[in-house]
Write a protein that binds this ligand. Structure first.
Ligand SMILES: [Fe+2]
Length: 148
């Protein structure tokens, strides 16, 4: 599996958690799904920012496609942080969730329809595979760190 395919599997997982969170009604269940969603999104954002985007930025044609993503992911972190501070069944949580939902949908759409096809075209297969292995190594190292 190369780097865009690996990132796509993470998108699928995040979208499944978003759908589950939307359907969940009880505070406890929503909170549980929110925690898993937050962990998955934070890991995905880190992998992209630390491994994938820097490799994209070395190519002019890809650099413009990822330049706005750092700010977007900072905004995503802010939304997640505030979602952690309000009851999961409150109208405020719903509002933040909807913002997050739209942000993630746009992120997935832009990456899967614009960025990833170009990465596949412009990066050699060996490089895409090496990036995927760097991502897995990062994820494994990060999983061993204590949660802060
Ligand atoms: Fe992504």
């Amino acid at each position: 599996m190369d780097s865009p395919d690996l990132l796509k599997t993470q998108h699928v997982m995040v979208e499944a958690l978003l759908a589950q969170c939307k359907l969940a009604r009880s505070e406890e269940r929503r909170r549980g799904i929110y925690r898993r969603l937050r962990a998955a999104l934070v890991m995905h954002a880190e992998i992209e920012e630390i491994v994938f985007y820097p490799a994209c930025q070395r190519r002019e044609e890809l650099a413009t496609l990822v330049s706005g993503n750092y700010d977007e992911q900072q905004y995503m972190r802010k939304l997640l942080e505030e979602m952690g501070e309000v009851p999961a069944t409150s109208p405020r949580f719903d509002h933040l969730f909807n913002e997050l939902f739209m942000l993630i949908n746009r992120h997935v759409d832009e990456e899967e329809n614009a960025l990833f096809p170009r990465v596949k075209r412009l990066m050699r297969s060996e490089e895409r595979m090496r990036l995927a292995s760097d991502m897995r190594a990062y994820q494994a190292a990060r999983a061993r760190q204590p949660v802060t």
